[in-house]
Design a protein around this ligand. Structure first.
Ligand SMILES: CC(C)(COP(=O)(O)OP(=O)(O)OC[C@H]1O[C@@H](n2cnc3c(N)ncnc32)[C@H](O)[C@@H]1OP(=O)(O)O)[C@@H](O)C(=O)NCCC(=O)NCCS
Length: 135
């Protein structure tokens, strides 16, 4: 899946301020990066404004540590009348004690957004933009 997703929507280094009491990176911080990356992808289809309506079960199989370079790839997979479904892949690059770079897949999330106007009311997605992006 990652190979077909192009450049990451977000690339960010996990910092000490993003840790939980045990010293690993806080899951909520990663969820926030996922939400932002999916929204950046969704905004291609609904440039005025999108809001998150649903985030499907997110399973963290690997911890993230301070200093990891976190990448969030995101792409739109379905577009409805007002909704935009995205898939977000989170990976990290970590420097090992042997000074090599290790790449780890952290999680995959499905996040759905709704196209809204500035007042927050649902807005029908433009058919031309849908077609432009192949939907
Ligand atoms: C987004 C919002 C305007 C939508 O209004 P609504 O009346 O609840 O919307 P609907 O039930 O008509 O659903 C709108 C679209 O979302 C889809 N949707 C609704 N619930 C969904 C869910 N659980 N998962 C996936 N898609 C969902 C619907 O299928 C519909 O898609 P379509 O128009 O493409 O057919 C409203 O729910 C809202 O303001 N929510 C808060 C958003 C927000 O602030 N998010 C940030 C986190 S708090």
């Amino acid at each position: 899946m990652l190979k077909t997703m192009g450049e990451p929507r977000i690339k960010i280094v996990a910092m000490p301020k993003d840790t939980n009491p045990a010293g690993n990176i806080f899951g909520g911080w990663i969820l926030s990066q996922i939400d932002s990356a999916g929204a950046i992808a969704a905004r291609e289809i609904a440039p005025e404004r999108v809001v998150t309506i649903a985030m499907k079960e997110v399973v963290f199989k690997e911890p993230v540590f301070i200093g990891d370079l976190v990448s969030c790839h995101a792409k739109v997979t379905e577009v409805g009348k007002t909704s935009i479904k995205t898939v977000v892949e989170v990976t990290v690059e970590r420097l090992t004690s042997e000074h090599t770079i290790m790449c780890t897949h952290v999680t995959t999330a499905e996040v759905t957004y709704v196209s809204v106007d500035r007042a927050g009311n649902k807005k029908i997605i433009d058919e031309d933009l849908k077609r432009l992006y192949g939907f």
